[in-house]
Design a protein around this ligand. Structure first.
Ligand SMILES: Nc1ncnc2c1ncn2[C@@H]1O[C@H](COP(=O)(O)OP(=O)(O)OP(=O)(O)O)[C@@H](O)[C@H]1O
Ligand SMILES: [Mg+2]
Length: 345
């Protein structure tokens, strides 16, 4: 039987003490999508994962995995469903006494897949994750990124309909994280696998998710398409998380900002098509001098530019500054005067 791949939680609550770990959570992960679930420590992320794979039961509400309501299933009834849910973890959870190939083969062995078929499937999976040459290696001889590739291959072995990732890149450096996220994106695209990425890193959400759900104190406080959420976060928790993505003024520069000075220092936040408008040229027209770029950067969010620039405007004249603010507001850039800097910064 092929199960329709999706996750749905309806008003699920789980309470250990006060406050509740999950409060009235409703969540849908459409088939084939990559949804990011982000929250600070203690938000309820791990509790949510346990509820989704049936290791824990909500006290109220329903849990539906791949079209099947699992809320009231017994351990035995849950087993075939758990096999359709792949899991990857922060600490990889590989068996150190087994080779890479044996680790990947394990779920197939448990499911009773005959040895020749198992070997063929393992070879195919190791090829998919780029580890064909490491089949006989032991986990201790692998880098963190390679271990996570093994984790992914093992999770994919039983052809899951859903992949749950619990902080799968949190132990990896940014470059390796990027490579693992690229692999997950490839798996999503090529196999149509639904992925729920649980993370506390907004950067992971930016790179991979199409939709994002923000969890705080056991409740969903905000959700939506990733581009919308990053460009205009509504909830304070989301705003705090998103702030981590934007460049901040380096300390030595921040130390030179004062209420008075030669040049106004402005922060410009750009999101979406507005980032492609000739903003700097427009500012130069108004102030009579090209602005100087002191700091900043642009990121890509679902193919759209998104970022923050710090500019010294070449004038401190309040009338001209007011005109810059006025003329740029229809371009839907978010602009703020932070203070003034000397012209030699
Ligand atoms: N088995 C348990 N018994 C009692 N309290 C628990 C249990 N599991 C979780 N909690 C509580 O539920 C809340 C949510 O915990 P959870 O582990 O789901 O958070 P988290 O978002 O995964 O945090 P982190 O990012 O630190 O892993 C916390 O207040 C935690 O103390
Ligand atoms: Mg956790």
């Amino acid at each position: 039987m092929t199960l329709p791949p999706s996750v749905a939680l309806a008003s699920a609550s789980r309470q250990f003490g006060t406050p509740p770990a999950l409060r009235d959570i409703s969540l849908t992960v459409p088939q084939g999508e990559i949804v990011g679930l982000i929250g600070r420590s203690g938000a309820g992320k791990s509790t949510l994962i346990r509820v989704l794979n049936g290791l824990d039961k909500p006290q109220s509400g329903r849990v539906v995995i791949a079209g099947q309501d699992i809320t009231d299933l017994t351990e035995t009834q849950l087993q075939p469903i758990r096999r359709r849910i792949g899991m990857i973890f922060q600490h990889f959870n590989l068996l150190s006494a087994k080779t890479v190939a044996e680790n990947v083969a394990l779920p197939l062995k448990i499911a009773g897949v005959p040895a020749p078929e198992r070997a063929a499937r393992v070879a195919e999976l190791l090829d998919l994750v780029g580890l064909a040459d490491k089949a006989g290696a032991y986990p201790s001889a692998l880098s963190g990124g390679q271990k996570q590739r093994v984790g992914i291959a093992r999770a994919l072995a039983p052809r899951p309909v859903l992949l749950l990732s619990d902080e799968a890149t949190s132990a990896l450096d940014p470059e390796t994280t990027g490579a693992i996220l690229d692999l997950l994106q490839k798996v999503n695209r090529d196999l149509g696998l639904t992925i729920l990425m649980i993370t506390h890193e907004i950067e992971v959400v930016r790179q991979i998710a199409t939709r994002v759900v923000v969890l705080d104190q056991g409740a969903v406080v905000e959700e939506g398409p990733v581009a919308r959420l990053l460009a205009s976060p509504r909830h304070a928790v989301t705003r705090a998380l998103v702030r981590g993505l934007s460049p901040t003024l380096p300390a030595d520069l921040a130390a030179r900002v004062s209420p008075q000075g030669d040049q106004a220092l402005v922060r410009i936040d750009l999101a979406g098509p507005s980032a492609r408008l000739p903003i700097l040229a427009r500012i130069a027209e108004i102030t009579g001098t090209p602005p100087r770029l002191l700091h900043g950067g642009l990121n890509d969010v679902q193919g759209q530019p998104y970022g923050r620039l710090f500019l010294a405007l070449g004038t401190a004249d309040p009338d001209r500054i007011a005109r810059v603010l006025h003329d740029l507001s229809p371009m839907s850039v978010d602009l703020e005067v932070l203070g003034h800097v000397p012209s030699d910064v």
